[in-house]
Design a protein around this ligand. Structure first.
Ligand code: BG6
Length: 488
C-alpha cells in the first residue's frame, strides 16, 4: 500500500530553466558555429503572424540570407542576454534565490561547430566546465539538455537535418563527448528538448525545411525515428559513462480538453493527444505504440529502418520524464467553426473558463494537476517540470521596482496544483520555472516577452545596458524555495 504524500519531498529540486540559444549570445565567440536558432529575425514592423510563420517553418531563402554577411538584420538569439559573459553574476542571483537546480543546455555548436567534426572544440568544452563549476560551488545541481533547438546549421545545409540517418552518429559523438567531460559534474540529463514539437516546428526541432519535401509528414516521422535512436543511444552511453546518471525525455505537454461531450470531440482530443504522446510513448516504453501503424498509413508515412533499431529503442528507455507546461486548449472535430486561442506551438479552440496572457496563451493551473496525474497513470516514472511560467511585458516603475504580481499569481497557482498532484500520488522530483532571468523568446524572438525573476535591461533591437534588476517575484520565489513550497 502507498502512504499518503503531503507537501513537497525533502529533496525536491527547485530552480529555473533556460536554454543556451536564448541566453548565451556570443554566437561567434571561441569557435562556435551557427545553429538553426541563429537564423530567426525580429522586426518590430512585422506582426505576430510573421513571427509565428517563421517559427513554424523556415525557408531556404531565409537560411541563405542568414549566412550572408552583407545582409544586416536583427538576429536576437545571436546576442541572447549575454550569459556567456555574465554567467557568474547570473548564477549568483540564482543561488541567492536558493536554487537547488538549474536546467540549462549545452550549445551543440560550441562543442562541434559544424556538427560533423571528429574532434570537439576545446574552448567550447571549457566554457561549460566553468558554468557547471560555478553552479556546483553554490550546491546547484545542473540538469542539462543535450540539445534545445540548436542543431548546427551546417547539418541542415549539407545533410538535410535529422531526415538524414548520419545525424545519429554526429549526435551520439557529441553526447559521448560531453558525458565524458562532465561525468563528475552532471548527473541529470535531457536528450532532446520538447521532442514532440518536431511536429509543429520541424526546422528548429529537426532542421527540416519544408520546400523539397513532397510529403512533409514522411520527413518529420523519419527525422523522429532518427532522434529516437540518437536519444536511446545517448541513454546507453550516459549509463555506461556516468553510473547512476538519470536521463530524461522531454515533451511539451500540450494539454487538450474536448470542446464538448460530443463523442466526435472526445475522439478528436484523443487523436490530437496521441500526436504528442507518440514521442513519450516510444522513449518511455521503448517501442512504437500500436496506434502508430494506422497513423502512418493514413499519412502515407513509410519509415526507413535498419535491423537492430527496435532493440536499441527497447533496451535504452529513459529514467524520467520532463515536461514543459504553459497552457491548455480545447480540441474539436469542428475546430474551424470556433473561436481560437493562441500558443507558441499550436493554438486550439478557446476555453471560456480560462483567462489568457498577453500572447493569447490560456492560463490553466488545474490543468497542470490533471497533466501530471495523466502522465503518471500512463508511465509510472518520475516526473520533472522542466518549464512553466508566464511571458509578460514588465515595466520599471519610477522608483526603479518591477511589480510583477501577475507572475507571482501564475506561479503560485501552478505550484499549488503541483502540491495537489503529489498528494494524488504523483512522483514529482523537481520544478524549474521557465526563464528565471529575462531572455530572448523562442517563438517570437522578442526580448520584451519576459519570464524572469530578474529583469535584463535590453530591448527587442538589442539596445540597453544588460544590467540585471530583481523583480518583486525574486523575493517571492526565494521564500517559496526556503519553505520547500509551503509558503506561497
Ligand atoms: C518552450 C521552449 O516551448 O517554451 C522554450 O522550450 C521557450 O525554449 C518557452 O522559451 C516559452 O516560449 P516563448 O516562445 O514564449 O519563449
Amino acid at each position: 500500500m502507498e502512504h499518503v504524500k503531503k507537501g513537497f519531498p525533502k529533496n525536491f529540486l527547485w530552480g529555473g530553466a533556460a536554454a543556451a540559444m536564448q541566453t548565451e549570445g556570443a554566437y561567434d565567440a571561441d569557435g562556435r558555429g551557427l545553429s538553426v536558432s541563429d537564423v530567426f529575425t525580429f522586426d518590430s514592423k512585422q506582426d505576430k503572424k510573421y513571427w509565428l510563420d517563421q517559427w513554424h517553418m523556415m525557408t531556404h531563402r531565409q537560411v541563405q540570407e542568414a549566412l550572408d554577411p552583407a545582409i544586416q538584420k536583427n538576429y536576437p538569439k545571436r546576442r541572447g542576454n549575454d550569459f556567456y559573459h555574465r554567467y557568474e553574476e547570473d548564477i549568483e542571483l540564482f543561488a541567492e534565490m536558493g536554487f537547488s537546480t538549474y536546467r540549462t543546455s549545452i550549445a551543440w555548436t560550441r562543442i562541434f561547430p559544424n556538427g560533423d567534426e571528429l574532434e570537439p572544440n576545446e574552448l567550447g568544452l571549457a566554457f561549460y566546465d566553468k558554468v557547471f563549476d560555478k553552479l556546483l560551488e553554490h550546491q546547484i545541481e545542473p540538469v542539462v539538455s543535450l540539445t534545445h533547438y540548436d542543431m548546427p546549421l551546417h547539418l541542415v545545409n549539407a545533410y538535410g537535418g535529422w531526415t538524414n540517418r548520419k545525424c545519429i552518429d554526429f549526435f551520439v559523438r557529441f553526447a559521448e563527448t560531453v558525458f565524458r567531460r562532465y561525468k563528475d559534474k552532471v548527473k541529470y540529463w535531457i536528450t532532446f528538448n520538447e521532442m514532440n514539437c518536431l511536429k509543429h516546428h520541424p526546422f528548429v526541432s529537426a532542421g527540416i525545411i519544408e520546400e523539397g519535401h513532397p510529403n512533409l509528414e514522411q520527413a518529420k516521422y523519419q527525422a523522429a525515428h532518427h532522434q529516437f535512436l540518437a536519444s536511446a543511444l545517448s541513454v546507453k552511453a550516459a549509463h555506461e559513462i556516468i553510473p547512476g546518471s538519470m536521463v530524461g525525455s522531454m515533451i511539451s505537454y500540450l494539454l487538450l480538453y474536448p470542446n464538448t461531450c460530443n463523442p466526435d470531440d472526445v475522439l478528436e482530443t484523443q487523436h490530437e493527444e496521441r500526436v504528442s504522446f507518440f514521442f513519450s510513448d516510444v522513449q518511455v516504453r521503448g517501442y512504437y505504440p500500436s496506434y502508430s501503424a494506422r497513423m502512418f498509413e493514413e499519412k502515407g508515412v513509410v519509415l526507413q529502418t535498419e535491423p537492430g533499431d527496435d532493440a536499441i529503442l527497447r533496451e535504452n528507455i529513459v529514467d524520467y520524464i520532463a515536461i514543459s507546461y504553459y497552457m491548455s486548449n480545447n480540441a474539436s472535430a469542428t475546430a474551424e467553426q470556433h473561436e481560437k486561442a493562441s500558443g507558441n506551438l499550436i493554438g486550439g479552440v478557446k476555453n471560456p473558463y480560462l483567462e489568457q496572457n498577453e500572447w493569447g496563451w490560456q492560463i490553466d493551473p488545474k490543468g497542470l494537476r490533471y497533466a501530471l496525474n495523466n502522465l503518471y497513470d500512463r508511465y509510472q516514472k518520475p516526473l520533472f517540470i522542466a518549464e512553466n511560467g508566464i511571458g509578460a511585458i514588465d515595466t520599471i516603475r519610477e522608483d526603479g521596482t518591477i511589480q510583477d504580481d501577475y507572475r507571482i499569481d501564475y506561479l503560485k497557482k501552478h505550484i499549488e496544483q503541483m502540491r495537489e498532484a503529489i498528494h494524488d500520488g504523483v512522483d514529482l522530483i523537481g520544478y524549474t520555472a521557465w526563464g528565471p532571468i529575462d531572455m530572448i523568446s523562442a517563438s517570437t524572438s522578442q526580448m520584451s516577452k519576459r519570464y524572469g525573476f530578474v529583469y535584463v535591461d535590453q530591448d527587442d533591437e538589442g539596445n540597453g545596458s544588460l544590467k540585471r534588476i530583481k523583480k518583486k517575484s525574486f523575493d517571492w520565489y526565494k521564500q517559496v524555495i526556503a519553505s520547500n513550497g509551503e509558503t506561497l
